[in-house]
Design a protein around this ligand. Structure first.
Ligand code: NAP
Length: 251
């Protein structure tokens, strides 16, 4: 079947999201590259189009209800009904619990949890109408607990519960929902963590790789490959799962 699927990838101006957007376009989907800064999205969308794919740039804050509604309406009008959603937008505001501000707690919850909720709610009727949908939420190995990330680990664990409930509610409409829990992936986010702890990024990556069974850190392509599988037509019996993509096992 050669249906041209329309996918939204949030937080796609850089890092994992940009890698996922490029991959889904290469897989034949029309991709809405959504992030806070529309100009940065345009750069990724232009690269996709130059490579022969189909993409549009959309500036929106996933935590803003009106912005999400407007973005999904625009994407639907310009590209068609959205049947693939990758909730990837994310931020870190790390600190030990006793130093963590309420603002840093709230902003992490808002982007990851409220953002994924708003985006998913906005596209679910199109998926139900199509009798087909694929939702992938970016969790993290941090969901299992990580020092200095009480906000982020709670949000990422929350996304796993969110995913499983979506799978239960939407399964009968042909919609699957899965979560990916990346380990260490080389992006601006991990570079930011290295800078915060005062270690050069190359050394930081080397130290991380020593703890990873496959002996290397991950790249956005590692995550994009897993997303590509989960959103494929043939993956309709895989739902409510959390797949750790971390170069080794996680419980
Ligand atoms: P990244 O390089 O920081 O990219 C995240 C993107 O999300 C940025 O472009 C950011 O925009 C955007 N974003 C932030 N808040 C947003 C909002 N409210 N609305 C729309 N877009 C927003 O991060 P990454 O490393 O690619 O991570 C992608 C996802 O994977 C995140 O959910 C992250 O938690 C998860 N993850 C990453 C790793 C890793 O090792 N890198 C590991 C586990 C999980 P701005 O730049 O404008 O803020």
């Amino acid at each position: 079947m050669s249906t041209q699927r329309v996918a939204i990838v949030t937080g796609a101006a850089r890092g994992i999201g940009a890698g996922v957007a490029r991959r889904l376009a290469a897989d034949g989907m029309t991709v809405a590259v959504l992030d806070l800064d529309e100009a940065a999205c345009q750069t990724v969308a232009d690269e996709i189009v130059a490579a022969g794919g189909s993409a549009m740039a959309v500036g929106a804050d996933v935590a803003d209800e009106d912005a999400v509604k407007a973005a999904v309406e625009r994407i639907t009008a310009e590209a068609g009904p959205v049947t693939v959603l990758v909730n990837n937008a994310g931020i870190i505001r790390d600190n030990l619990l006793f130093k963590m501000s309420v603002a840093d707690w709230d902003s992490v919850m808002n982007v990851h949890l409220r953002g994924s909720f708003l985006m998913t709610r906005a596209v679910q009727s199109a998926m139900v109408d199509a009798g087909f949908g694929r939702i992938v939420n970016l969790s993290s190995v941090s969901a299992l607990g990580n020092r200095g990330q009480v906000n982020y680990s709670a949000a990422k664990a929350g996304l796993q519960g969110f995913t499983k409930t979506l799978a239960i509610e939407l399964g009968r409409f042909g919609v699957t929902a899965n979560a990916i829990g990346p380990g260490f992936i080389e992006t601006e986010m991990t570079a930011e963590t290295a800078a915060r702890v005062g270690v050069p990024f190359e050394d930081f990556k080397k130290m991380a790789a020593e703890q990873i069974p496959v002996g290397r850190t991950g790249t956005p392509d590692d995550i994009a490959h897993t997303v590509s599988f989960l959103v494929s037509e043939g993956a309709g019996f895989v739902s409510g799962q959390v797949i750790y993509v971390a170069g080794g096992p996680r419980d």
